[in-house]
Design a binder for this molecule. Sequence first.
Ligand SMILES: [Zn+2]
Length: 206
Amino acid sequence: MRTRSQKHHKPAKPGKHPAGTGSARRVPPPIVLPRPSPENLRVVIWPADVLTTPAREVATIDPWLQAVAEKMKALMQEHKGVGLAAPQVGIGLRMFVMSETGKAQEASVWINPTLNDSADELISEEGCLSLPEIRGDVARAKEITLRGMNLQGQWVEARLGDFPARIAQHESDHLAGILILDRFSSVQKIALRKKIRDLEKSGRSN
Ligand SMILES: [Zn+2]
């Protein structure tokens, strides 16, 4: 979130199972996401598919994932954001980083996060690093409880309000493939129609 290509993976060939009836049986291919080099990660711009696809649970916290998280913190600060979700760097995993101040060293990492929100909502303007030039009002719960794992694999829970609560909800949305565009009112979408169309065109031609 801002304040003011995914590669296709070839699925494994289905193997033959000698067990059972003796006839060949289709085995679903294992889901293996690409593991790009963390130093090559860049912020992905809409309409990339990875941004609109629900992310998968993180199965193991390993040095690669830790390096990805560090790179995400650096990119967030570099782009003057306050949060960044893994799909925004082309990685379809449930992880995001956030920092109210925008400083990488103050960022927290949330892996496989879930959140519970309160009924009270606040409307405020949001932008997104994956949607340059686009800003609009989004209603978010005023208070939330965020639960997830940190990079050490420990479960952490935090009660967040106002701005941090908004960041966490924005980033959690990314993990579900939801963008602020999906949260804008139809009136706002009409007002932003040209900007959205321009962004779509430039994205598709890349
Ligand atoms: Zn965003």
